[in-house]
Design a protein around this ligand. Structure first.
Ligand code: ZN
Length: 385
């Protein structure tokens, strides 16, 4: 076939495909506004909600009252600053010993004079000795090591002051607590949904941290009392279109009123293929495997479930830039046409191009999409072949 003569139209089609591939590579598909209001519904939680969660963890046998109290008491124990500060070279060098008082004695005098709470958040847990004015503010960093420049901060408030943890303040639970809060309260059904929830919460750690935390879901899925539900994509799903354009899935068929049912009984190895048109009028064919679609059954508090339809890209830590969460297409885009195809099928787009010729474009396409060039008024059909 490779040596067969090709007509002009075929040559043109090949060139167009090359051009389209280049366009698609350069494109930024489905860019959403930066999500700046971080946090899920735990920001609204009152004491009763926290008490209820603890009761549930204890009722399920995940932790005991004794373990909770042991943890709290251990975290209340004052930090061991005496010897740590008194043996530090910087404090030794800056200490005025002319009064005859030892550095250790002066350290303990400072320590007892403190309120015993975090200077920033007021917590009594996990306190650390920290500089009032950080080392970076001094020409000679050793100048920071003076007792009159010391205060107590909890570990979290201490850590998020460091330039390396510039994004830490986006979340309000500690990272390790937030991972378990999301897992046990929202109960994501897939690892990819868990990562999406963590990103939506404002967490900036590497995906591997979330993969490790997912072990708790795997363990609890084998615990009869907890019965954590992990979806292995072997079921049948209802595919829903939400009013902000998000395509999501649901196990079972009881679709909510906010969503339109596109398909029911779709197997987990199928792919949703669809054409979008963006604000600039550019058409793209996208394909998203059903297994990558977020579930729509989670309670995200004030956010609609469709907020979860994001591409969970980690932030640019090297440049300290918070990467805006990108929407999973077609969320935020105009949906022109769609179909569902099985693993052995192809999505075909039929349209009329700008020169009035009938065009047929067969997938596959990436999630980010392949650019198509229909004439402005052309009907665009997406079918499964
Ligand atoms: Zn604090």
């Amino acid at each position: 076939m490779g040596d067969a003569p090709r007509g002009d139209d075929e040559m043109e089609a090949v060139d167009e495909r090359k051009e389209l591939e280049a366009d698609a590579a350069a494109a930024e598909p489905g860019v959403a506004p930066a999500i700046t209001d971080y946090g899920l519904q735990d920001t609204d939680w009152a004491t009763d909600a926290w008490r209820g969660l603890l009761d549930e963890l204890i009722d399920l046998g995940l932790v005991t009252w004794k373990e909770v109290v042991v943890l709290a008491l251990g975290q209340m124990n004052p930090p061991q600053v005496g010897t740590a500060v008194a043996s530090s070279g910087g404090y030794k060098a800056n200490f005025d010993s002319s009064s005859g008082e030892s550095l250790m004695s002066a350290v303990m005098r400072w320590f007892y004079s403190e309120a015993g709470t975090c200077a920033d958040c007021g917590s009594r847990l996990d306190l650390q000795a920290d500089h009032v004015d950080p080392r970076e503010q001094y020409d000679d960093p050793h100048e920071a090591d003076r007792l009159d420049n010391l205060t107590l901060r909890c570990r979290r408030c201490n850590v998020i002051r460091r330039p390396s943890h510039v994004f830490g303040g986006l979340t309000h639970l500690s990272a390790e607590a937030a991972l378990m809060w999301i897992l046990l309260v929202i109960r994501p059904r897939t690892l990819v949904d868990f990562v999406r929830l963590c990103r939506l919460y404002g967490m900036t750690m590497a995906d591997v941290r979330m993969q490790e935390s997912w072990a708790m879901a795997v363990w609890l899925s084998r615990d009869e009392r907890v019965a954590y539900q992990i979806d292995d994509n072997t079921g049948e799903y209802t595919i829903e279109l939400w009013d902000d354009g998000a395509i999501m899935r649901r196990a079972g068929s009881d679709a909510p009123s906010e969503a339109q049912v596109l398909y029911a009984g779709v197997p987990g190895d199928a792919t949703v293929s669809f054409v979008t048109r963006d604000d600039a009028g550019v058409h793209r064919l996208h394909e998203v495997p059903v297994a990558q679609l977020p579930f729509s059954m989670y309670d995200l508090g004030a956010r609609p479930p469709s907020a979860l339809a994001v591409i969970p890209t980690p932030p640019d830590r090297a440049n300290a830039v918070m990467t805006p969460l990108r929407s999973l297409p077609p969320r935020g885009l105009e949906l022109v046409g769609y179909t569902v195809r099985g693993p052995d099928q192809t999505a075909r787009v039929e349209y009329t191009d700008e020169r009035g010729r009938q065009r047929v474009f067969d997938g596959p396409a990436s999630r980010g999409g392949r650019i198509l060039r229909p004439a402005p008024a052309s009907a665009v059909a997406v079918i499964t072949v």
